[in-house]
Design a protein around this ligand. Structure first.
Ligand code: MN
Length: 244
């Protein structure tokens, strides 16, 4: 089925929140949408929203239960589109009423005003070896098997806590050239990606590139308001004050 996402004024893109018990800005943001403090009718989750989440690994579903429920609840009142990233995949069964786009289904087509747009998490077109890696880590039978033998969640919790320690916010040197190498794999006027945590908007010869900033790294998201506007978000400590 060919889908085209019609982007509306007040649409919000958020990316790379890497949610875990240390990185809680996502939860704060979702609560502010729920309460109406942030107004939107269309939310696009660009991937790597959770530090790790996959249907086959029950430990991570348990760890992220609160935010999973919050997203499912929000989906009853606003349109949510979720592009899977390299940290959150095989997630359709976790979000039964949300349109999930797997890596294989990306980029997705969208439009805004008279512009054609393609949207992807950002880890496409980076080489064959990475493609093979992606298909292995998404293998449902393998993941289920690991879940089965991982008694007492020893492996899962090890992954969880080692991911939490990773520092993920870096400025990439010469980001324009990095994207320039792959941008013509796309065919639209505008290309939107997350993944890189840069937040730059770059003009190329025949395409305009928008990198959605990591909400975790720079407290920024992108709001459609006449254009694609990078917007600051102040984490609301009242929302997530409880110690987890
Ligand atoms: Mn990523």
């Amino acid at each position: 089925m060919l889908m085209c996402l019609n982007l509306q004024e007040s649409a919000i893109f958020i990316a790379d929140t890497h949610y875990n018990e240390k990185n809680q800005i996502l939860e704060s943001f979702l609560i502010d949408i729920k309460s109406g403090k942030i107004k939107t009718s269309q939310l696009i989750l660009m991937g790597d929203i959770f530090d790790f989440l996959t249907f086959q690994t029950k430990y991570f579903i348990k760890k992220n239960k609160g935010v999973i429920e919050l997203i499912n609840e929000l989906a009853l009142s606003i349109e949510i589109t979720y592009l899977e990233g390299n940290h959150d995949y095989n997630i359709q069964k976790i979000f039964p009423n949300i349109r999930i786009y797997t890596r294989a289904q990306q980029p997705i087509d969208a439009k805004y005003k008279d512009k054609t747009i393609q949207i992807a998490h950002g880890d496409l077109y980076v080489g064959k070896v990475y493609d093979i890696y992606c298909s292995i880590i998404r293998n449902r039978i393998l993941l289920s098997f690991i879940n089965l033998i991982d008694r007492k969640d020893k492996l899962a919790s090890k992954i969880y806590y080692s991911l939490m320690k990773k520092s993920i916010c870096h400025k990439i040197k010469d980001f324009k050239s990095l994207i320039g190498i792959k941008i013509n794999n796309y065919s639209s006027d505008i290309v939107i990606e997350g993944h890189y945590h840069q937040g730059d908007q770059i003009e190329y010869e025949n395409r305009f590139y928008i990198n959605i900033p990591s909400l975790l790294c720079s407290n920024e998201y992108v709001l459609i308001k006449e254009g694609f506007i990078k917007t600051k978000y102040e984490k609301n400590d009242k929302n997530v004050k409880k110690d987890k």
